[in-house]
Design a protein around this ligand. Structure first.
Ligand SMILES: Cc1cc2nc3c(=O)[nH]c(=O)nc-3n(C[C@H](O)[C@H](O)[C@H](O)COP(=O)(O)O)c2cc1C
Length: 225
């Protein structure tokens, strides 16, 4: 088999980006609602998004700086602390994509994307009405990485979840079949979650339940949309 080897120190930022977004796949998309000090709400998607810890629940997004300036999302979260992350699922791709446009800070991305909002419970940023999952978060800290291309790793803690009733099994587990999350691949490519399979971790083999040994009821593929 032949391979090409890329030395991270010898490639330019474009090639590094191509390799990053092509090999770290699929990425979940954090659809982030934030609010500035004047109360203007903002919405944007971020696929450099991951779980940091589960208890307390903590999440991170990496927000690239634009011409040396923080993007509105990172600036708002630092300024007003509270924000909301929504999980992007089937049917919500278009408004998610529209909300990625770099609108001036005073222009409302919710309106541009044709979305309604509802107030959050414990943070000032609104949440998207009817979004299947919304996580109200509070800012913890920012770590800056890079030099010519600086990214702000924004870490927050989830304070409250809003999960649509029908997505819950036994009121506890989120049904991945019904949720149908959308992932980001390289460039303009995305993927859907329509081919789910199950596999027990070796140390849980023989035990009923989910991969981590938590006894989730068998929901079966019949529940898939
Ligand atoms: C699916 C998707 C994923 C994105 N992921 C990121 C990301 O991880 N980091 C980032 O800085 N920008 C990302 N962007 C671009 C931002 O959404 C875009 O720069 C947006 O205008 C930022 O909005 P803001 O200035 O209101 O914060 C992504 C765009 C799309 C469509």
């Amino acid at each position: 088999m032949s391979y090409q080897t890329f030395d991270a120190e010898k490639i330019d930022h474009r090639q590094a980006y191509r390799l990053c977004v092509g090999s770290i796949v699929p990425r979940p998309i954090a659809w982030v609602s934030s609010i500035d000090a004047n109360g203007i709400a903002n919405l944007a998607p971020f696929s450099f998004f991951t779980l940091v810890n589960h208890y307390p629940p903590m999440v991170s997004i990496s927000v690239g700086m634009r011409e040396g300036q923080a993007k509105d999302t990172a600036a708002n979260i630092e300024a007003t602390k509270g924000y909301v992350i929504h999980t992007v699922v089937d049917g919500w791709e278009e408004p998610m994509n529209i909300s990625s446009a770099a609108l001036p800070a005073e222009e409302d991305e919710f309106v541009a994307a044709g979305l309604e909002t509802v107030p959050s419970d414990v943070v000032d940023a609104p949440r998207i009405k009817d979004a299947p999952i919304a996580m109200e978060c509070t800012y913890e800290r920012t770590l800056n990485f890079g030099d010519a291309w600086t990214t702000q790793l924004v870490i927050g803690r989830v304070l409250r979840w809003h999960v649509r009733d029908d997505l819950l099994v036994d009121g506890k587990y989120i049904d991945a079949y019904k949720l149908a999350p959308v992932g980001r691949l390289g460039g303009p490519r995305y993927c859907r979650t329509h081919d789910i399979f199950e596999m027990m971790q070796p140390y849980n083999e023989g035990k009923a339940g989910t991969a981590d040994g938590d006894p989730m009821p068998d929901i079966g593929k019949a529940e898939a949309p």
